[in-house]
Every structure is written in structure tokens, then in C-alpha cells.
Design a protein around this ligand. Structure first.
Ligand code: ZN
Length: 146
């Protein structure tokens, strides 16, 4: 089966990214950079009692990196740290082709399974997630996908 990398939902999120703004009252933030493609982003998290109360990002990059960041922020609100990490693991396994998408866990994020057929795009798709991981762990150093 041939997946279309640029499915409608991915195009829509890349053109009109959701939660794409800075956050003054963020409790955590992290920077991510994908030198392979030039994607850059800053992720903002507002944590409250181990729950993602709010999440946003700013950045520039290709359609895949923007759509992934946008859809990630939508999926994260209300999640506990552990659930957010679980989602990252699940997402990482589908974009690297290790597992078929579990749509019950991933919801709309399952469309990114098409990325597994384009290895060069994997880092674009996971950039925001690596920044999320760094932010959740209070990592100060910018994360690079390289
Ligand atoms: Zn990219």
C-alpha cells in the first residue's frame, strides 16, 4: 500500500498550525533543531500537577515538521507526563516503521505512519516530540536531531 505523505490533514496543519504562538506563563520550554532539513522550533509547556495544562510552539520548517508540532500540541492537552511519553514512543515507532499505527492511542496522529516510507522525513516528524521530551525532563540544552 502506498501512503501519501502529504495527506490533507497534514497539509491543513502545516498551512494553519494550531497552538502556534509563544507562551508567557510557560513552566517549561525547549528548543529543537533538525540540521538535516533546517527545521527549528521552540516548545512551550504549562504543567500543573504533572498534567499538560497548555502547550504551544513557534518555529519555522517544512510542512511535515510544522504539521507534526501542530497535531502534537492538540494531542497533548490534558495528558499526564507518562501518557505524553507513551504517545511519543508510539509515534516514534510508527514513523520509523517499527509498528503499525494504533489509532486508538494515536488518533489523528496515525496519519504520520506514511513518514516511515520517507526516512529523510523521520527527523522532521519527530523534532517537536524530541523537544517535548526535553521540556518534560527540564533539559536546558537545545535538542538536535543529529
Ligand atoms: Zn523538515
Amino acid at each position: 500500500m502506498v501512503h501519501d505523505l502529504y495527506q490533507e490533514i497534514i497539509l491543513d496543519h502545516s498551512k494553519r498550525p494550531r497552538n502556534c504562538h509563544s507562551m508567557d506563563d510557560a513552566t517549561r520550554q525547549a528548543d529543537g533543531y533538525n540540521p538535516l532539513c533546517g527545521d527549528k522550533l521552540k516548545l512551550y509547556l504549562k504543567m500543573e500537577d504533572d498534567i499538560v495544562k497548555d502547550v504551544s510552539f513557534v518555529g519555522s520548517g517544512c510542512a511535515i515538521s510544522k504539521a507534526s508540532a501542530s497535531m502534537m500540541t492538540q494531542a497533548l492537552k490534558g495528558k499526564r507526563t507518562e501518557e505524553a511519553e507513551g504517545l511519543f514512543e508510539e509515534f516514534h515507532s510508527i514513523v520509523t516503521g517499527k509498528r503499525a499505527a494504533n489509532t486508538q492511542v494515536l488518533g489523528k496522529l496515525a496519519v504520520f505512519s506514511g513518514v516511515s516510507e520517507f526516512p529523510v522525513r523521520v527527523k522532521c516528524a519527530t523534532l517537536a516530540w524530541h523537544a517535548l521530551h526535553a521540556a518534560l525532563h527540564g533539559q536546558e540544552q537545545p535538542v538536535s536531531t543529529e
